[in-house]
Design a protein around this ligand. Structure first.
Ligand code: FES
Length: 342
């Protein structure tokens, strides 16, 4: 049995014991410590933490969950790592992201479902009154929840786009995957009033409130959702620090939530937005290229190194990390959430 100590981003110390035959994620849960995770099989990166010292065995995982840059800097996946000695770990999330009781499960009904560009939908759920939780939607901006179809047959994790609220409202932007089980439901069968099971909140992709640096958000497709959540939270808090949003899609007809971004710009005059289209099918006046390319250009002109929050498909995460590291952003100031197809 080995001793594992984990220091959260805001300095809280968490300790648990781990058998050499179990994952660190399972070991923590045996001690009723529920660390951020999602797939539990090395595919999503939600359980990534840094290793300060100690020996581990890293079981097979997807490179889309842990990039070579992250692995070489000492990062591990809690769900795929076994201890081989006492360990000291550094978490990229605050203590608030750690649960000390099982993740809540609640019912919510569909109150809105509308197209969001040519390849996604905007889904709004409403929590029903709950004897334990009341009606409120409690989460930290940037987190995700797992949704189960009414018959329980399919589960998918999606990031929230709105902010915590007493009304019990949950807003999502969901990319429609060709032949995806959840996507097929959303396209063909979902109806207002359908009840879905919501398991969450979960996830560690949240703003580092202890940092005073500028916040730059890099979002690919529906990876915009958690960026919107954190930006909306900043607007609600009256946060006046510098912030930027690099939002990218492949084609102009895939753009969505431009009205939400416009409202944010009105509420936060310091917000600078680059809306990036990789291969515009018509004339495009804003940035032509990827959000990582727009980030690269902006970093060359920036006087200070910002905190960078990137969310989207793995190639965008990798390109953003490369661009940020090349511009001397410390790797601990790059926060990422991968969107991987189920
Ligand atoms: S929970 Fe560990 S990689 Fe998904």
């Amino acid at each position: 049995m080995f001793k594992v100590s984990l220091i959260t981003r805001d300095g809280a110390a968490i300790a648990f014991d781990a058998e050499p035959s179990e994952s660190l994620l399972d070991a923590a849960e045996r001690s009723s410590i529920y660390l951020p995770s999602s797939c539990r099989e090395g595919g999503c990166g939600a359980c990534r933490v840094g290793r300060e010292h100690g020996d581990v065995e890293l079981l097979p995982y997807s490179s889309s969950a842990l990039s070579d840059v992250e692995r070489d800097s000492g990062d591990i996946l809690l769900c795929r790592t076994q201890a081989r000695s006492d360990l000291a770990l550094r978490a990229p999330f605050d203590q608030a992201a750690v649960g000390f009781s099982p993740i809540p499960e609640r019912q919510a009904v569909i109150s809105e479902i509308t197209p969001a560009g040519s390849g996604a939908v905007r889904l709004v759920l409403q929590y029903e009154d709950d004897a334990v939780f009341g009606r409120a939607a409690q989460f930290t901006a940037g987190q995700f929840v797992e949704l189960s179809l009414p018959d329980g047959s399919v589960k998918r994790s999606y990031s929230l786009a709105n902010t915590p609220n007493w009304d019990g409202t949950l807003e999502f932007y969901i990319r429609l995957q060709p032949n995806g089980a959840f996507s097929s439901y959303l396209k063909d069968r979902a109806a207002l009033g359908d009840a879905l099971l919501v398991r969450g909140p979960q996830g560690q992709f949240t703003a580092d409130e202890a940092s005073t640096a500028e916040r730059w958000f890099v979002a690919g497709g529906t990876g915009l959702a958690p960026a919107l959540s954190m930006l909306r939270q900043m607007a609600e808090f009256g946060d006046t620090r510098g912030c930027r949003l690099f939002f990218g899609v492949n084609r102009v007809d895939e753009l969505f939530a431009l009205d939400v971004i416009e409202n944010l710009k009105n509420a936060m005059p310091q917000l600078i937005v680059a809306t990036c289209v990789w291969k515009p099918e018509t004339h495009w006046e804003d940035f032509v290229g990827t959000p990582a390319q727009a980030l690269t250009r902006a970093l060359t002109e920036a006087a200070e190194r910002p905190d960078i929050y990137v969310c989207g498909p793995p190639p965008l995460i990798a390109a953003t990390e490369s661009a940020a590291l090349a511009a001397s952003v410390d790797h601990t100031r790059i926060f990422s959430e991968r969107f991987t197809p189920a």
